[in-house]
Ligand binder design. Structure first.
Ligand code: SF4
Length: 445
């Protein structure tokens, strides 16, 4: 039986989809034990900060956030979780301001840990306490009513030289197929329309002789009208089998996120990415060739697969010539979207020992050059949508009061129509009447 208490909690999530999903589990776990979630930080008894350590800027947000919380709500207990929990340098810096450092994988010990700082009554009979071996077994409190993030595993074995994730999240551990399928089937039954499988490297999923391609096929076989997305793929593990599965399964969206990180082989080697740029470019060609011929429903027009990437500029030692190779990659790959970042040294990683010798201004200049190329390729790609009929999953309304949503190719669409009532999470057919670099406009058909 659920115990009630008057205590409220607030969760601040910084960072990636995995952190967002972890927060959904944390929230469900606390509510299962009688706590109430509040959106007001100043009325919370417990304030959880789910941290990200991937970039210095994300880390700096924590240093700015905590003094603000202390001023606004001095009695609240501050609990820090996420990527920064095990960082000794971060602990030294803000030790006195944090009441509890809590690794999310220890979710089932939250009661014991909180007891150290808080007079707490957890309900040991709650279902969530019966599966203590893996925190991913906790049923999440999903934020959206139509789109769900499904972690298929946690951790990373790759140790890219700039990345903190393997230190923060540990080695790869994957969930059993049955558990994943059950979670998705239950969500589809209650009307979820978009299922995004997440892990640090989905392509290396493996559980009792099922690989990621097999898992995708099983998800595709679940009855219902829904889309399947997945992030993140590692180019070294993107097999032909997987590309064929993406090309042939009708529910898998025509959008692939394939982080390149650099366009230069020497830099890729220093990053410990374990592929060459030639291999990466071949993958792009294969994906474009095989996955562009998809058609979800008969009335939809055919459009090319969309491809996005992550790329770091100013990795230690990156010369102007090596950066030119990243520019060349952007021109050749013709990305639809890219998440670029200026390199920042991450404590504890291999690259941390290297001299961060590309200046801030130069990093900015390099990033802007890439963004200028991206704007052009994205705009050209989007022009192909003009006059085409596309299926859009409605996400809500934008600031101007128009409905908006996404295509299966992950394009943002504003729907120029506000008379008809459209529900969030509804699939609608739209004719595109205007294209921009990072968006489309359409009318209801
Ligand atoms: S694959 Fe590389 S960049 Fe991605 S999480 Fe693992 S170590 Fe980090």
């Amino acid at each position: 039986m659920k115990k009630e208490n008057n205590k409220k909690f607030y969760i601040k999530t910084i960072g990636c989809q995995m952190n967002k999903s972890d927060s959904e589990r944390l929230s469900a776990f606390l509510e299962g034990n009688g706590y109430k979630e509040t959106s007001k930080r100043n009325e919370a008894d417990l304030i959880f900060i789910n941290t990200c350590g991937v970039r210095q800027s994300a880390e700096d947000r924590i240093y700015g956030l905590i003094p603000g919380i202390k001023r606004e709500n001095p009695n609240a207990k501050i609990i820090l979780t996420g990527c920064l929990v095990n960082r000794t340098d971060v602990r030294r810096r803000i030790e006195g301001s944090v009441d509890l450092w809590f690794p999310i994988v220890d979710l089932f010990n939250l009661d014991k840990e909180l007891n150290k700082i808080w007079d707490i009554n957890f309900n040991k009979n709650d279902d969530n306490f019966s599966c203590r071996d893996d925190y991913l077994k906790v049923s999440p409190k999903i934020d959206s009513s139509f789109s769900a993030l499904i972690p298929i595993g946690n951790g990373c074995n790759n140790f890219c030289s700039y990345c903190v994730v393997p230190y923060a999240r540990g080695r790869e551990k994957y969930r059993p197929v049955k558990e994943i399928i059950k979670e998705i089937r239950d969500l589809v039954k209650i009307g979820y329309k978009e299922i995004t499988l997440i892990a640090q490297n989905v392509n290396s999923y493996s559980s009792s002789s099922t690989d990621f391609s097999d898992l995708l096929k099983k998800v595709n076989d679940i009855e219902g009208n829904f889309w399947i997305r997945f992030i993140t793929s590692h180019p070294k593990d993107m097999s032909d089998k997987l590309i064929n599965t993406i090309a042939t399964c009708e529910k898998i969206c025509s959008h692939i996120h394939l982080p390149a990180q650099s366009g230069d082989n020497k830099i890729l080697e220093a990053m410990n990415r374990k592929y060459t740029i030639e291999h990466y470019k071949k993958l792009i060609l294969k994906i474009r060739k095989k996955c562009s011929l998809k058609k979800f429903i008969l009335q939809e027009d055919l459009l090319p697969v969309s491809i996005s990437t992550d790329l770091i500029v100013g990795f230690p030692g990156e010369t102007k010539k090596q950066f030119e190779n990243s520019k060349k990659l952007f021109k050749e790959a013709k990305y639809d979207l890219a998440y670029t970042a200026q390199y920042s040294p991450r404590y504890g990683t291999t690259a941390y020992k290297l001299e961060d010798n590309v200046g801030k201004k130069e990093k900015e200049r390099r990033e802007n050059e890439l963004l200028n190329i991206l704007k052009k390729t994205a705009e050209t790609n989007n022009e192909k949508y003009l006059g085409k009929r596309v299926l859009v999953l409605v996400e809500g309304k934008n600031k101007k009061g128009f409905y908006n949503g996404k295509t299966c190719t992950y394009k943002n669409v504003n729907i120029i129509e506000n008379n008809k009532k459209i529900e969030k999470g509804e699939f609608i057919m739209v004719k595109i009447i205007k294209t921009m670099d990072f968006g489309l406009e359409g009318v209801l058909i």
